[in-house]
Design a protein around this ligand. Structure first.
Ligand SMILES: CC(C)(COP(=O)(O)OP(=O)(O)OC[C@H]1O[C@@H](n2cnc3c(N)ncnc32)[C@H](O)[C@@H]1OP(=O)(O)O)[C@@H](O)C(=O)NCCC(=O)NCCS
Length: 148
């Protein structure tokens, strides 16, 4: 049975491992583990504005997603951003992310948010197909960045 729950501080190792695997698999990037660990810890200890969610399949953690928040003046509401999406390879194509998405969509609506958004690497075709299958629109915006 699939269960979606808020992450707690003891999920630190699981979430860090998921992000290392995600960056390697989807962008061929090796993240700085020290920086990543502190970045995740800040969220799990509620010192940064965002929240991790954990997906458990029959009691075992198999997936993670980070939600961050962006104020939309056009909507006079918060928009929830989906980030750091990762499902363990052995648990894929069993509806785990479908369950995460449905849960967060419901939570965002209940919180009065204006909707859900995410960005995805242009080469990550599989994830793009998954998001489209869940009814998300990928045709509207492109993301431009100037990272320091
Ligand atoms: C992208 C990812 C999160 C999808 O998770 P998942 O739990 O396997 O997805 P689901 O099983 O919930 O699939 C949801 C829907 O997407 C579609 N889908 C699933 N896998 C797919 C695939 N490999 N190709 C195309 N469509 C797919 C299906 O329509 C599915 O609906 P269905 O189960 O009713 O058929 C997972 O593959 C993953 O962790 N990939 C590596 C990390 C990554 O790329 N993260 C995204 C960064 S932006």
């Amino acid at each position: 049975m699939l269960h979606i729950r808020p992450a707690v501080p003891s999920d630190l190792d699981f979430v860090v491992a998921g992000n290392l695997a995600l960056a390697q698999e989807s962008e061929n990037l090796t993240l700085d583990q020290t920086v990543l660990r502190e970045g995740v810890r800040a969220l799990l200890e509620a010192r940064a504005p965002g929240a991790y969610w954990i997906a458990e399949l029959d009691g075992t953690a198999v997936g993670q997603t980070l939600i961050t928040y962006e104020w939309s003046d056009w909507r006079n509401r918060m928009v929830w951003w989906i980030q750091s999406v990762y499902v363990s390879p052995g648990a894929r194509q069993h509806g785990v992310f479908r369950g995460i998405h449905a849960h967060l969509r419901g939570a965002a609506a209940a919180a009065g948010a204006g909707g859900l958004r995410l960005y995805v690497d242009t080469t990550n075709v599989r994830a793009q197909q998954v998001y489209a299958a869940l009814g998300m629109n990928g045709d509207h915006y492109r993301v431009f960045e100037d990272m320091f």
